[in-house]
Ligand binder design. Structure first.
Ligand SMILES: [Zn+2]
Length: 275
């Protein structure tokens, strides 16, 4: 089983995770820029983080045979801090980098006017740079947040938009919109593999993306594999599993990660281990 996790925060994970992911079949990941838990207080703090997603983390992943790509953005939560607004001026030059395959995570956290401004500005940047967009939906007020999100992204072609963190309540409206549907599978809350399989049985496998969204909270980078196993057990074919766990993320991000899945020759590998 080959797996491309379209949303995972490897910055917060260990080398053990990389090893277990490779053993489970993970060969490619997209790491979207997000809130690190500790709020940042200046633009430079974001730029160091973006540089890590472009340099250090791909190097670390390549040592475990995993291709690391990223999505960059000012996340919705920190869009509320005026000290961080300047990130929006710096983003365009980062969006030109080869391993930046999308703008994200953007969207709503508390649905404030500041979040609206950052969301709109970054959708415009995505259009300008011809990049797809990864849109986070709020965990509170999910139905209302998703409805409002779909309204805001209407200006972009739906096939360039991924609406993430969906569940049984919100999947229907996103299916109707033509946008890609993202599901974050967690160990004990929100979506689990069984519920994911039921959604795939009802809505099919097209435009469906499954991710672990593993980060610094309680989460599991092997939840993608668990969904693949649950799909097999429920009678889905190997081709169905490959579509959901590999071909769909490759198509959405417009990349062919297999070409470099084992490329240990990352350009930044002059960095020595143990430093
Ligand atoms: Zn995330």
């Amino acid at each position: 089983m080959r797996i491309f996790d379209p949303h995972i925060h490897m910055t917060s994970r260990t080398t053990d995770d990389y090893e277990r992911m490779h053993d489970a079949g993970v060969r490619a990941v997209v790491e979207p820029a997000f809130w690190l838990g500790q709020p940042r207080t200046n633009v430079g703090s974001f730029l160091d983080y973006f540089d890590a997603l472009l340099g250090w983390e791909p190097y670390r992943a390549a040592q475990h045979g995993i291709r690391h790509l990223c999505a960059l953005a000012l996340n919705p939560k920190e869009a509320n801090d005026p000290r961080c607004e300047g990130v929006l001026d710096e983003l365009p030059r980062y969006l030109l980098k080869e391993s930046v395959v999308a703008v994200g995570e953007v969207g709503y956290d508390s649905m404030t006017p500041a979040e609206d401004r950052a969301f709109e500005a970054q959708l415009a940047m995505a259009a300008e740079h011809d990049l797809p967009v990864l849109v986070h939906t709020p965990h509170r007020d999910k139905a209302e947040g998703t409805r409002r999100t779909l309204d805001v992204v209407k200006g972009l072609p739906p096939e360039r938009v991924l609406i993430d963190h969906l569940n049984e309540v919100t999947v229907g409206m996103v299916a109707d919109s033509g946008c890609w549907m993202g599901f974050s599978i967690y160990p004990d809350t929100k979506m689990d593999p069984g519920r994911m399989v039921a959604i795939l049985q009802e809505y099919g496998t097209e435009r469906m993306l499954v991710n672990s969204a593993a980060d610094w909270g309680r989460s599991d980078p092997l939840r993608t594999r668990a969904v693949g196993d649950a799909m097999r057990a429920a009678g889905f074919t190997e081709d169905d599993v490959d579509r959901v766990l590999w071909r769909n993320p490759s198509a959405f991000y417009g990349v062919a990660p297999e070409a470099q899945a084992t490329g240990a020759d990352y350009a930044g590998n002059t960095i020595k281990r143990g430093g």
